[in-house]
Design a protein around this ligand. Structure first.
Ligand code: NDP
Ligand code: MG
Length: 391
């Protein structure tokens, strides 16, 4: 039996991971499940998978979680420290699917076990890519990307020499507003930005798809995880979301990875790796699909992509600042404090204000990443106050 732990079990990735594990309960020993405010779902999952431990990120949710699990024998804990400690319980396979920078610490802690970390939390690579990879190396752990584009690249690279890679293309659906004229984007509301044409995902990543901040994060993830140069990576709009990524080699071959827009494919690949298991996703019917479309991603319409290239060039703490500013911008947009196009303006302003703090020749440490995250949120908050006043 493989011992598994899922961080962020109650989220979109977490639920899909639980779905795959619940199909073969005899194969898995579920060590721990963590969630946030959705206590009812966490308790239900813990009972269904006979988990050893259920942890909520919030102290205030401890009572309701304990109540929901009373008499089941499942251990209950709460708070960020309890989440961190859950990563110390021996597990062969850990899913990192907490949303946001909060996912970094549990992932880093899980790597210390020297096993497999299935990484959906893209903020980990964006904020602390070099730290994550060096921790994995030190402890002999394997990181498997779960973001669909990076899983696709990873699969296209099996048996290949990274030195023969010329370019990597990741695809973007274009998000909810892809057909809106650029000059009307500033009017987009929260509900406009939350209706994704192809993927069913958490609210935050769905909005990030509409701004293309999600794609910007993925460009940075690609740079950090695969170690390629920024000029070798590009994003292209592909409205069907059936090709997830393409890898071009020195001999001119371009290897594309196709699959239905269902995260269970990438999660299932990581779960069964290094083998291929049965994954219950729809099979593509090419004659039914008939055509695939592509168009260049316009950097004027999507400033997030331009900012991603700046972050990839700067490296150091730029990713931590970029991510924290983006999270602050997203919170402000969700709260109705700033408009849709102001999110990118805010991230750009924060990067510019902190440009002197970003460059560092020293190896990244968790402390300096967390300090940069904190400073960026503070800086972003003061820019938001200015933006709100100007609205
Ligand atoms: P969701 O918002 O659906 O779920 C997030 C999970 O994290 C939930 O379990 C939530 O708990 C928990 N959580 C929220 N805040 C905290 C916190 N401060 N501390 C601990 N746990 C917390 O996110 P997604 O599943 O969409 O995304 C998860 C990660 O995977 C993100 O980094 C995202 O970018 C990445 N990703 C997602 C994809 C997708 O298809 N959804 C695709 C590729 C990558 P609760 O809900 O109980 O409050
Ligand atoms: Mg993705």
């Amino acid at each position: 039996m493989r011992r598994v732990t899922i961080f962020g079990a109650t989220g979109s990735i977490g639920v899909n991971t639980v779905d795959l594990i619940a199909r073969a309960p005899e194969a898995y020993d579920v060590v721990a499940l963590t969630g946030g405010r959705n206590v009812a779902l966490l308790a239900e999952q813990a009972v269904a998978l006979k988990a050893g431990l259920a942890v909520t990120a919030y102290d205030a949710c401890y009572g309701p979680l304990s109540e929901a699990l009373a008499g089941t024998g499942i251990e209950v804990a709460a708070g960020p420290q309890a989440i961190k400690e859950a990563a110390h319980r021996p597990a062969d396979w850990t899913m990192s699917a907490i949303v946001g920078a909060a996912g970094l610490v549990p992932g880093l802690e899980a790597l210390k076990q020297g096993k497999v970390l299935a990484l959906a939390n893209k903020e980990s690579l964006v904020t602390a890519g070099p730290l994550l990879l060096s921790e994995a190396k030190t402890h002999g752990a394997t990181i498997l990307p779960v973001d669909s584009e990076h899983s696709a690249i990873f699969q296209a690279l099996v048996g290949e020499d990274i030195a023969t890679v010329e370019r990597i293309i990741i695809t973007a659906s274009g998000g909810a507003l892809r057909d809106w004229p650029a000059e009307t984007l500033h009017k987009a509301t929260l509900s406009d930005a939350c209706t994704h044409p192809n993927w069913d995902m958490g609210q935050r990543i769905t909005i990030d798809s509409a701004t293309l901040f999600n794609k910007a994060m993925e460009l940075i993830e690609t740079r950090e995880f695969f170690g390629v140069r920024p000029d070798q990576i590009e994003a292209v709009i592909h409205p069907e979301s059936l090709i997830h990524a393409l890898v071009g080699f020195t001999d001119g071959a371009l290897m594309a990875h196709l699959g239905p827009p269902d995260m269970r494919h990438a999660i299932g690949y990581a779960l069964h790796w290094p083998d291929r298991g049965h994954v219950p996703v729809d099979r593509l019917d090419l004659s039914h699909i008939a055509q695939l479309n592509f168009r260049a991603a316009d950097p004027d319409r999507f400033p997030a992509l331009r900012l991603a290239h700046e972050v990839m060039e700067a490296r150091g703490l730029a990713g931590a600042v970029f991510n924290a500013a983006k999270e602050a911008a997203l919170d402000a947009f969700i709260a109705g404090r700033i408009g849709f196009t102001q999110m990118a303006e805010l991230v750009e302003a924060t990067l510019s204000t902190l440009s002197g703090e970003i460059v560092t020749s020293k190896p990244l440490t968790l402390d300096c990443v967390l300090a940069a995250d904190h400073l960026a949120r503070k800086t972003a908050a003061s820019h938001i106050a200015t933006q709100v006043a100007a609205r």
